[in-house]
Design a binder for this molecule. Sequence first.
Ligand code: GYE
Length: 349
Amino acid sequence: MKKKFLAKVLSVMMAAALLTGCGGGGSKDTDTAGGSSDVITVGFSQVGAESDWRTANSESMKSTFSEENGYKLIFDDAQQKQENQITAIRNFIQQEVDYIVLAPATESGWDSVLQEAKDADIPVIIVDRMIDVSNDSLYTAWVGSDFKLEGQKACEWLKAYAASKDMKEINIVDIQGTIGSSAQIGRTEALNEAVEANGWNLLAQQTGEFTQAKGQEVMESMLKQHDNINVVYCENDNEAFGAIDAIEAAGKKVGPDGDILVMSFDTTKAGITDTLSGKIILNTECNPLHGPRVEEIIKKLENNETPDKQAYVDEGIFAHGADVDKVTVNGTDYTVTEVTEDVINGRAY
Ligand code: GYE
């Protein structure tokens, strides 16, 4: 990019100055002027550390953008606050990073800071959740999941499972993710549509902010208000862990032979371990290993190629038992995998 070219010119000039005179004591200067111009600096604004999914995502980014791989990663944890992400991006611009990578907390509110990055000529790559901006040229590329499709797969599975078990009524509650994040918007929207289409009773809907503690708290209060809940739709694994604790503490049983079916998203190792036991009846995959995907985008940009503007990751569906073997969403069939020890052992996160 422009800035890198300038850096290269400068480093050549500095090396020339060192050769032509000023003698002695130059070893330190030669070190900095040398190898460092090939290092790619990436500023990554991470949402926070709210879930196991997020931890796996951060690790994937850190191990990909390592010094050994030729990068300098500036990692910023925004503690689930968009204003912290905006500050981080401004800092990255000031530090003249080569690329800004943003895992946005929510979809809206990015126009002005991304305009600043654009004015500074720094490409912005969005990862995981999406952003909603007035002008698509404010980001270079996005890679992440189709959250609505995840929710649709989960709801189609519930419909088929309920039919196979002859469940008379679906009395469902929804523990939502962070309000305004794409993961919440897509998963909630899919549930709302399925409730409408199938005549399910949606008893309550409240955010658990994607954390275990909040998931537990919300489930506790929902159980106090409704004694007929038979399904809880948790929008991630950590909320599911909290919900399971709350249900058990209230003296109820989770699982296929219990009182309440727990549904979840993410398929972390801990999540599918609970799916094997049946505590979580269905876990819809959301893949966090985005490091190599973002690197591929950066490599393309380095080679002056144009990466896809938007790329979705393929994801599976993991169930306890084999009652439903496939679901169909918008005319496409998706296989449902029964969780076994082997599935758990093969999971990297
Ligand atoms: O499902 C949840 C995390 O945006 C896909 O954020 C991500 C979600 C994921 O905290 O566990």
